[in-house]
Design a protein around this ligand. Sequence first.
Ligand code: SF4
Ligand code: SF4
Length: 343
Amino acid sequence: MNIKRRTVQFQANTRNFFFHILTQCNLRCRHCYINPEQHGSQILDERTLAGWLAIFAGNHQITKSPNNTNVIFLGGEPTLSPALPQAIREARRLGYASITVDTNGYLFNDILDRVFPEELDYFSFSLDGSHPEVNDFIRGKGVFDTCTSGIRRALERGFGVSLIFTASSMNIHDLVNMPSLLTELGVKRFFIQVIGIRGKPARKGETSLQLSREEWEAVVPEVAGKAAEKGVHVTYPKVFLKPDEPFACAGLVADNYFVFPNGRVYTCPLCEDYPIHSMEIVDGVLKERPPIRECDLFSLQIPEGCVLNKILHPGNISYDSDGRPTSRIACCMLKEEVLPAER
Ligand code: SF4
Ligand code: SF4
């Protein structure tokens, strides 16, 4: 099967609302970035979920004006919230262009029985290995079997299903085995994430989870190609820009909101562990915050590319003997897509 590769540029008229509806989770994954100290531990109730969905559904004086808004419900584990089915319905009613639920596969509160396939676009399952030895070392004992059984049940019921693999030094060797598993399960959309040194790993100083540029480039594009040859649509972060590729900061040119249960609203995911959010929701109202905020840094132009990467993860950047960066770091929201050419 022929495949196509392309960089997905930011779309000016599309808004993405990453809605963390709680921070609670039944698992304790080794790379978990959830940070209740910064993001709160409240579980948003039905009324609050509806109010916040309404804020990002339409035009707002301090957000941009999109034609389409996509919502991604996340946590913690969002299916732990009994209010999730109602929130999904409310998002549909408000006209969201697509609705996705990211899940660890435990599918709490009988979620597959409480929503219908036509009410949401995707359940996106997180699985970090092609077999229990790899996945369960990272995500916990028994998680591989529970998650793959959840995937099978969701597919049997007619739900859209995608799979997210978070690549780190713990599982990069196993990524090559994922295309076969995707085929066996019948999953047609695959997201490869690269681990960021934030949240729990950063606090513990577990920098060894990070991949080197060589490891990333040697494995990820090739595996993505193999999966696409099997009919799977693959997306992964670009990470490094070639000399002729333009740099753009999503915080300036895109319309993304990362919202947490304590009301913090970020426009850059790299900033989520720091109290420099651009906006916050207070008593149901979205408000801008005073400087210094993440958005005060986006327009700083540096030869290294992403300014927040330079501040927070300078170890990602290498320099030549003249002190020039050997390549620029792309915005972490810039993605590469590899897909079957017939599509
Ligand atoms: S499933 Fe997600 S939220 Fe839960 S521990 Fe794992 S990474 Fe963290
Ligand atoms: S990751 Fe970097 S380039 Fe992307 S939004 Fe954040 S600061 Fe901007």
